[in-house]
Design a protein around this ligand. Structure first.
Ligand code: ADP
Ligand code: MG
Length: 539
């Protein structure tokens, strides 16, 4: 007899011993009765499942006894999941179930209806999370170790999801399909899902299992579905959701970088105030007729922010003239297919960042993708590479993306025609991706100035090509901290913006004129609008 302790992965079933634990597997038997297999480490014992009230044999999938009508579902005390008759451990959270007839026979009919409704139409937030690198792991690890790793990951997901009152509908190998809004709906299910996703990313990263470093990708989408018991490929009905939303969540998961959470526009709208996002632009996703806007969750919105993107909670005061000026820049860029540079100057705290945020909101509404280079802040030791961050953002990468994710993004962008073949070497260099063998010799033969010039040109070309797919706003803040090389790159981007739908918006304090005459000379006649911000009370 084969070992029934096996779990399904993408590549098939994984066999594994139960290491002394006795866990039942429920399968329908040939004659339609339900059968529990209990594996004792050596052989599987087969038992039919009988009614907890009158002892009659139960038919497969029976939730009520055909003889006495007694309810048979076993409600898990830990997570309230209703388990099929005969279960000894909860299929949702793994907790031991109360198997004695006296303690479990008392599940009332309303309880059952609440826990296991038949399929119904609902608004649902669906999360799909998947471990990164499962194929490689399945070849490296012994199947039993692999099973242990996947089990640890599953219980980590179940624990976090349980805390936010979500529902793990299915484990698909190392993927998990999770619902927020079913069986129990909350007003803030979208927010719960995003919070849970961020915690899953953290928790999975810190899992220690068989020496494996685990990373996860998460996709979330909100929308109408039919949810409930869906007859799947297996013999037992599975909890599932039918509609576009689960498919979208899975597709968004697939475009997420390792340890990133990517959400659909509907989820982002519902959880807009609570989190910070990066605009990943629109993506052509398999099965979707139109390109879908994707948002990467950067983290929870701090309660108070005086600097940086994300202080939109308080209503904007004044700045009507500046907003009108910025709106006309957006309009003319869309009409003419050419952009410009915009330079917002003003004292510290006067509202440069806030105006830029309002501008990005307007731009997104008009179909622009917005990319923000890190705030240049030498004091904090970050942001020295604002232009590199912009390029990463255009490629859907962050500073913490893995080398594999970066390599895959460059390959994809090359296929999509965003990066020319002879520019790949410079983009690799810029992102610190090891050069593949076929480029290694070319790269080694270059001197530093060739590499510098190549890097400097590769980014504007990438941005220009990306802007033909979707118009772009590039935001670079606090130029008063910028080094020469960053300013030189901004000069090149200013000339790029003049010939394609790109708006480069820069901010700076007054004390140091970053964009001086020499800088302007480098940009030739490329248009640059300057907005000088006056204090609000002077207006
Ligand atoms: N027009 C405005 N209406 C409301 N709040 C504003 C406005 N301009 C700035 N603020 C708020 O003032 C604070 C400082 O503004 P900020 O944009 O960070 O300044 P800067 O970038 O010029 O240093 C922020 O909390 C911001 O939200
Ligand atoms: Mg600022």
């Amino acid at each position: 007899m084969s070992n029934p302790f096996r779990s399904r992965t993408r590549s098939g079933w994984v066999e594994g011993s139960n290491e002394g634990r006795s866990r039942p597997i429920i399968r329908p038997w040939r004659d339609g009765r339900q059968v529990v297999y209990i594996w004792d480490g050596l052989k599987a014992e087969r038992k039919t499942v009988t009614c907890r009230s009158c002892g009659a044999e139960l038919p497969a999938q029976g939730r009520f006894c055909p003889q006495c009508g007694a309810a048979q579902l076993l409600m898990c005390r830990a997570c309230r999941h209703a388990n099929m008759p005969g279960s000894r451990f909860c299929s949702q959270c793994g907790a031991k179930l109360q198997a004695e007839p006296s303690s479990t026979a008392s599940i009332s009919a309303p309880d059952i209806r609440a826990a296991v409704p038949f399929a119904e139409r609902r608004q649902l937030t669906v999360m799909f999370c998947d471990l990164v690198g499962s194929t490689a792991r399945s070849t490296q690890l012994d199947p039993e170790d692999l099973r242990e790793v996947i089990a640890a990951y599953h219980s980590c997901v179940a624990e976090v999801v349980g805390r936010f009152e979500g529902f793990v509908a299915q484990y698909l190998g190392d993927g998990a399909l999770v619902f927020f809004g079913y069986p129990r709906a909350h007003e803030d299910d979208a927010q719960r899902s995003v919070r849970a996703a961020l915690e899953i990313v953290d928790a999975v990263q810190s899992l220690e299992c068989r020496g494996q470093k685990l990373e996860v990708r998460v996709g979330i989408a909100t929308g109408p579905v039919v949810v409930g018991e869906i007859i799947g490929a297996g013999a037992l009905p599975e909890k599932g959701a039918i509609g576009e939303t689960p498919n979208l969540a899975a597709r968004l998961q697939a475009i997420a970088a390792p340890n990133a959470v990517v959400v659909s526009p509907s989820t982002q709208r519902l959880a807009q105030r609570q989190f910070q996002y990066r605009d990943l632009g629109r993506h052509a996703l398999k099965g979707f007729a139109q390109a879908v806007q994707a948002w990467q969750v950067l983290g929870a919105q701090p309660e108070r922010r005086s600097e940086g993107m994300g202080s939109l909670a308080a209503p904007l005061i004044g700045r009507g003239a500046e907003l009108a000026q910025l709106r006309s820049v957006l309009d003319s860029s869309r009409q003419q297919g050419r952009g410009r540079a915009v330079y917002i100057r003003g004292e510290a705290g006067i509202g440069k960042t806030r105006l830029l945020e309002e501008f990005c909101l307007m731009a997104r509404e008009q179909g622009f993708a917005c990319h923000t280079g890190l705030v240049l802040d030498f004091g904090a030791g970050t942001g020295r590479d604002a232009i590199g961050v912009l390029a990463r953002d255009v490629l859907g990468l962050t500073l913490t993306s893995s080398v594999e994710a970066m390599g895959a993004a460059v390959e994809l962008a090359t296929k999509q025609g965003l990066i020319a073949l002879d520019e790949t070497v410079f983009i690799n260099d810029l992102l610190d991706i090891p050069q593949p063998p076929q480029l290694r010799t070319t790269y080694d033969a270059m001197d530093n100035s060739t590499r510098d010039a190549g890097r400097r040109m590769a980014i504007p070309r990438l941005i220009e090509r990306a802007s033909r797919v979707q118009p772009r706003v590039l935001a670079v803040e606090d130029l008063h901290w910028a080094d020469r090389s960053t300013l030189a790159q901004l000069a090149v981007l200013t000339t790029t913006a003049a010939s394609c739908p790109v708006l480069l918006v820069m901010t700076s304090r007054l004390e140091h004129e970053a964009l001086d005459q020499a800088w302007r000379a480098e940009t030739g006649a490329s248009p640059l609008s300057v907005i000088e911000l006056a204090p609000l009370h002077d207006r």
